[in-house]
Design a protein around this ligand. Structure first.
Ligand code: COA
Length: 533
């Protein structure tokens, strides 16, 4: 019989195998035949292009790889990878945001999830001060859903609004056009600081040949209407003419070769590996999601030298240590930690300590890492009377106003107001990562089942048709399944409620990247408004 640690490891390895399976599905939409079709057009699969674009031998930190699964759009359930590859890579040693349409997914058209992913990548770039490279190959808006992708804020037009504003801030917006860019989509070429087009492969026009014929009667080929020659030699809408993708990628690298180096706005200590191997996380974290965790042990597996300088370690044992606070270094970068501990229910003492710590880190201009594994704040009259509402609100206010980079990593339950206090999506962390142990929902399936059941039971009793024990059980189970399904990292990742589902062994590298990128801009001064104390 395997011991608990071995059971945990086997469980998490199997969960991450399922993750890998889903990632594979996203990487190869249409399988080999889609790759062969690209080859007939002289095109490489999009990740190969990205690989050539970034510095040789460097890593591409791809975001949201399993976005777009099970979306239930008209005629299309899955949009693998959201139809767009986004991520961070280094070009001439500078962190750069890359956004690349995958033309194998419905001609790279924009579904609502494609837009959300595009917007998220631009938001990270703007906030962290990164140049952007757009590898454009898209049929534009996914026309059956035009009302959901065209007219609103954060819809299609926002892509160009963002490009304009970022270029005004001095962030280079470079487009490599390697396919269709029709109608509104054409602006991805024309709005760029510099645009590269490929002969007989890239097209950009406000109306394609069929529309032109219908509107004016003119019969013209795509090449003559808006090909690379037209825009680099006649209209001037693009700046660089290339004969193939290799040449175009090299040109983009050349354009970015004289950018000034980036600066890290933090002292960086020499990097030291953790004494506890990251692999130990597989054994440490219980397979049962609601079982308590030992966050001090978890920190040892991600911190330089496994060193955690804890703040208020002895404060209010049993009530104050459901959240632990302190500093670690990750690859030499100091970071303030706010980590749920044990079962993670946040008591008044823990909320006050966390608020204090967030304010201190903000004063010191040290970034914050929220390690979330909390099902919520403590309920009940005792807790209410001593002010859990007001102290929880203080924590939420501190999280909202902290001007330092904030990163959230979810390794357990992520429910209710604890999602707010621990810097969930609505609190705009610079990066938000889930693991396969994350469960994000307003409450757990079990709690939701009981709440909804009590409502249903009352209604049925009032209507003179009380529920039978079988109906009670079936209803309860239905609610548990629904809530647990919606809290699952696959469901959340599909909808971009995280920036990536990390394997446990990836956590340290990704946190280091996220910290580095988040610290490329100077940190402003703290201001917290009306804390109640
Ligand atoms: N909306 C919805 N579906 C679209 C689409 C759009 N804008 N553009 C292409 N598609 C679909 C096609 O119907 C096809 O679906 P299928 O695989 O189920 O048959 C799939 O995407 C691939 O398109 P296809 O035309 O076969 O790819 P291609 O590589 O030969 O050509 C384009 C790519 C972009 C040049 C071509 O699809 C095109 O001109 N699309 C229309 C572009 C347009 O006018 N957009 C205006 C919206 S702003």
């Amino acid at each position: 019989m395997a011991d608990a640690r071995t059971e945990n490891r086997l469980f998490w390895e199997e969960e991450e195998r399922k993750l890998e399976e889903r990632v594979e599905m996203a990487m190869w939409p249409g399988g080999q035949s889609a790759v062969d079709r690209l080859a007939t057009q002289g095109k490489k699969p999009v990740r190969e292009l990205v690989g050539n674009l970034i510095d040789e031998g460097s890593e591409f930190y791809e975001l949201s790889r399993i976005a777009g699964f099970g979306m239930g759009y008209p005629d299309v359930d899955d949009v693998p990878c959201g139809g767009i590859v986004t991520g961070l890579g280094k070009i001439h040693g500078r962190w750069t945001m890359v956004l690349a349409n995958d033309s194998r997914v419905k001609a790279g058209t924009y579904f609502p999830i494609t837009l959300k992913k595009h917007m998220r990548a631009q938001a990270i770039a703007e906030r962290c001060g990164l140049n952007c490279v757009y590898i454009a190959d898209s049929g534009g808006a996914y026309l059956p859903m035009q009302a959901e992708v065209f007219p609103d804020d954060q819809h299609f037009g926002s892509m160009f609004y963002n490009m304009a504003r970022m270029s005004a801030m001095g962030l280079k917006q470079i487009t490599l056009s390697t396919g269709g860019n029709t109608a509104g989509g054409a602006y991805i070429v024309f709005m760029a600081c510099q645009a590269v087009m490929i002969d007989k492969m890239a097209y950009s026009f406000l109306g394609g040949p069929p529309l032109v014929k219908a509107a004016t009667g003119e019969i013209i080929s795509a090449e003559d209407l808006g090909g690379a020659r037209v825009h680099t030699q006649i209209s001037g809408g693009a700046d660089h003419f290339c004969r193939n993708q290799d040449e175009a990628v090299a040109r983009v690298r050349e354009i970015l070769s004289m950018e000034p180096p980036q600066q890290l706005f933090s002292h960086r200590y020499p990097e030291e590996p953790p004494k506890a191997p990251p692999e130990s996380i597989y054994e440490l974290l219980p397979a049962k999601i609601h079982q308590g965790i030992n966050s001090r042990e978890f920190l040892k597996a991600i911190a330089d030298d496994s060193f955690f300088s804890e703040y208020k370690k002895h404060y209010a044992p049993g009530r104050g240590d459901n959240i632990i606070t302190g500093k670690i270094r990750i690859k030499g970068i100091p970071v303030g930690v706010v980590a749920a501990n044990g079962v993670g229910i946040i008591f008044v003492e823990a909320a006050r300590k966390a608020t204090e710590w967030i304010v201190r880190c903000s004063q010191e201009k040290v970034p914050l890492l929220f390690i979330q594994s909390s099902p919520g704040y403590m309920v009940g009259s005792e807790s209410e009377h001593i002010g859990i509402g007001k102290y929880g609100a203080d924590m939420v206010r501190a999280v909202s106003c902290a001007q330092v980079p904030r990163i959230q990593l979810v390794i357990g339950p992520d429910n209710g107001a604890a999602n707010y206090g621990m810097c969930g999506r609505a609190y705009r962390p610079h990066f938000l990562f889930h693991t396969m142990r994350a469960r994000t929902s307003v409450m757990s399936g079990r709690s939701a089942g009981e709440v909804l059941l009590s409502i249903e039971e009352r209604k049925r009793a009032q209507s003179g048709n009380p529920m039978s024990p079988e109906e009670l059980q079936a209803f309860r189970q239905q609610m548990i399944d629904k809530y647990d399904g919606e809290a699952h990292p696959f469901y959340c990742a599909a909808r971009l409620l995280n920036d990536r589902v990390l394997k446990f062994r990836e956590i340290r590298d990704w946190l280091a990247m996220a910290l580095e990128v988040s610290l490329l801009k100077p940190i402003g001064e703290p201001a917290f408004g009306n804390l109640r104390f």
